[in-house]
Design a protein around this ligand. Structure first.
Ligand SMILES: [Zn+2]
Length: 429
């Protein structure tokens, strides 16, 4: 006896990065709290990066879509006159010039890194505001996303401001698509900067909950299946780790290695065996750090990344961040603090209040996909974790499309009719 085929219905994803189940309660988030308690849910463990979105929407790993911070640029490149000149000037001054350049040329990424180090790196990052056009969200690094797979029948939108939510509710979900995906990125930003302020978190939580409820109800009215996707949570930052000091104390000549330091993850490339041994030893002896080489990273996550993407990784424990890091510069804080109201606190505090994108296994790295549609149910065991790459093939399958060949995941949520009469009819037939 098989269940009757479920009704075909378009899908609307509401994507809320930063939504942490530990911060959801019936008082602040009545709708979302009840949704995760009673809906069909699948959960996954995160990756050590803040850029989960490319993996979510391509169903491919960083080794395929290439959004993995940066890789080592051409090694054989000799220093030109400009390199020699810029290395003679103080690093802070060079970074200031680079930041001014970044203001007019947004393609010039990671301007806070001094030239002597920056010239060895090739950046592969995807900021949320650089994926608003169809050509940007349909394909990431040459790999088609689920939006690319559906073409005109899919749409993606994102907002970084709570003030835009009302407007978004007027425009979304789209009525003519088989799949649309709206990312409420402003909630993630709010948690990053305000996690320690109870009143602000409650206020933003309520605004988010009201919006999610209204979005859900609108989807129902339009006959669309509502699915909430929360890629990760966030952990309040307790303290920072000073990697620059640690590297200085090793006594290794900076010319013998290259490094890149984000807030939660640092990576290294070495020119000599001695440099690697000394730095690896210092990292392993340091508190609050997890040290993995590139092979261990691949084994753990199936990333298919080679050494060019980093020979050795230092990942800070949740609750700790690197400071200073390669996004830190007075001018950068001033600019973001003055131009983005959500980041105002950068004017007086250089560190974020909460962070994510570190070691998996911590509640801050837990992501989930949930729906209260009675016809949608998880097709995996309740206590089984799924993988981030499972999201894209699952959503495609819900709108009647097969996964694309590059997609690594499997279908983890399906539409089944639980209509008893329909089942009886099938049984009789
Ligand atoms: Zn974030």
């Amino acid at each position: 006896m098989s269940a009757a085929p479920p009704t075909q219905a378009p899908v609307s994803v509401l994507n809320v990065p930063g939504l942490d189940r530990r911060r959801m309660d019936a008082e602040t988030m009545p709708f979302l709290d009840s949704l995760v308690r009673s809906g069909s849910i699948v959960e996954w463990d995160g990756h050590p990066t803040t850029e989960i979105w490319p993996t979510l929407v391509t169903g491919a790993n960083p080794g395929q879509h290439w959004i993995w911070h940066c890789k080592l640029a051409d090694q054989g490149k000799a220093k030109c006159f400009k390199d020699r000149l810029l290395e003679k000037l103080p690093d802070r001054l060079v970074a200031t010039g680079q930041i001014l350049r970044h203001f007019v040329d947004r393609e010039f990424d990671m301007p806070c890194i001094p030239h002597r180090r920056r010239r060895h790196l090739e950046f592969h990052r995807l900021k949320f505001n650089a994926r608003s056009k169809p050509e940007q969200y349909r394909n990431v690094g040459g790999v088609d996303t689920l939006f690319g797979a559906l073409g005109d029948k899919a749409e993606y939108g994102v907002t970084g401001q709570f003030e835009d939510l009302d407007k978004m509710l007027g425009e979304w979900p789209r009525e003519s698509t088989s799949l649309d995906w709206l990312e409420v990125h402003c909630y993630d930003i709010a948690v990053h900067y305000n996690v320690h302020k109870d009143e602000v978190m409650k206020q933003r939580g309520r605004e988010l909950d009201d919006f999610a409820k209204a979005y859900h109800d609108k989807c129902k009215k339009l006959g669309r299946r509502f699915i909430l996707v929360a890629d990760h949570g966030q952990e309040p930052v307790a303290d920072s780790v000073n990697l620059e000091k640690l590297l200085k104390r090793t006594g290794v000549d900076p010319a013998e290695f290259v490094h890149f330091t984000a807030q939660g993850v640092a990576k290294f490339w070495f020119r000599t065996k001695e440099a690697r041994e000394k730095i690896e030893q210092a990292l392993r002896a340091s508190e609050h750090l997890n040290v993995l080489d590139w092979k261990e990273l691949n084994e753990r996550f199936d990333f298919e990344l080679d050494e060019e993407w980093g020979e050795l990784y230092a990942i800070a424990d949740s609750g700790y961040v690197f400071f200073p890091h390669d996004f830190h510069h007075l001018l950068a804080h001033l600019h973001l603090g003055l131009t983005n109201p959500a980041m105002r606190s950068r004017l007086w505090s250089f560190n974020v209040a909460a962070y994510h994108g570190q070691m998996p296994g911590h509640p801050a790295e837990r992501g989930f996909m949930v729906s209260d549609d009675p016809e949608l149910e998880a097709c995996v065991a309740a206590d089984e974790l799924v993988r981030i790459v499972d999201v894209a093939p699952t959503l495609l399958s819900l709108v009647g499309k097969k996964a694309m060949p590059h997609m690594k995941g499997r279908v983890v949520m399906e539409a089944v009719s639980d209509d008893a009469d329909a089942q009886n009819e099938t049984a009789v037939a």
